[in-house]
Unconditional design. Structure first.
Length: 249
């Protein structure tokens, strides 16, 4: 019922030439979008190129890694959600642990961005972090659930149906060692229960929950076999087109 979703997060990597080569290489290599939906989250300087590519290839969708919550105005250095929606961006990652850590993004800020992305017709991929210290306390409210509740404040059930939640424990990101299938399912199940508490079962059955943290072509199968996991968010393994093709297939 939920189409699997694979989102490669390039983070602040690649040159224009490498982006060109990546897009050339994946042409015709990604799965049928009815079976697996694929997206690349690129930094804003590459979104124009990416959206142009996506106009001619239904196998890939363009995602942004962030945007601001205002559509226009005196906000030097920020990226407008209205402008990227106009370019053809489909998804926007919000609240990635690197945004929270290096740019001090709060749950309140992420909530404003979620609403701005939705009101511009795009879909937010709301990321929730989890530190090992928090997991060990087993305090559910502070574990993974609280950022989800905060991010969805004031979001209607109709809008909530479309969203994607990214479970990304920072203790697994960029380490080469993914969380285990059991650890991932535990958190994703809890996230789905939280959505059900907020909006009911009809909505929680539709929301896609994806996992990020050292996903690669070898571990993707086990991760995807977990009942509450609908997709993955590879970072490092999305930089080489060959790896991305393997993961998506
Ligand atoms: O958003 C994806 C990410 O944070 C995971 O990165 O390099 O561990 O696959 P990586």
């Amino acid at each position: 019922m939920r189409t699997p979703f694979i989102v490669g997060n390039w983070k602040m990597n690649l040159t224009m030439k490498q982006v060109d080569d990546f897009l050339d290489t994946i042409k015709g290599q990604l799965p049928d979008p009815n079976n697996v939906e694929c997206a690349i989250a690129a930094s804003s300087i590459y979104l124009d190129k990416l959206t142009e590519y996506c106009k001619n290839d239904v196998h890939l969708k363009a995602a942004a890694q962030n945007c601001f919550y205002k559509n226009s105005g005196a906000y030097t250095g920020e990226v407008s959600p209205m402008a990227i929606a106009d370019m053809g961006v489909s998804y926007v990652m919000l609240g990635h642990s690197e945004r929270r850590k290096y740019f001090h993004e709060s749950n309140q800020m992420i909530n404003k961005k979620v609403k701005a992305v939705l009101s511009n017709g795009m879909v937010p991929i709301i990321c929730c972090d989890e530190t090992m210290a928090k997991r060990k306390t087993y305090d559910e409210m502070n574990w993974v659930v609280n950022p989800v509740i905060e991010a969805l404040k004031g979001v209607s059930a109709e809008d909530a149906k479309k969203i994607v939640i990214g479970y990304e424990p920072s203790w697994a990101i960029g380490t080469g060692k993914s969380a285990s299938g059991k650890e991932i399912e535990e958190a994703c199940f809890l996230i789905r229960e939280t959505i059900q508490d907020l909006y009911g079962k009809e909505v929680s059955d539709l929301v896609r929950i994806v996992y990020g943290g050292s996903v690669n072509a070898k571990n993707v199968k086990e991760i995807m076999s977990q009942p509450d996991v609908d997709g993955v968010l590879p970072g490092t393994s999305s930089l080489k087109p060959e790896d991305f093709i393997k993961i998506t297939n």
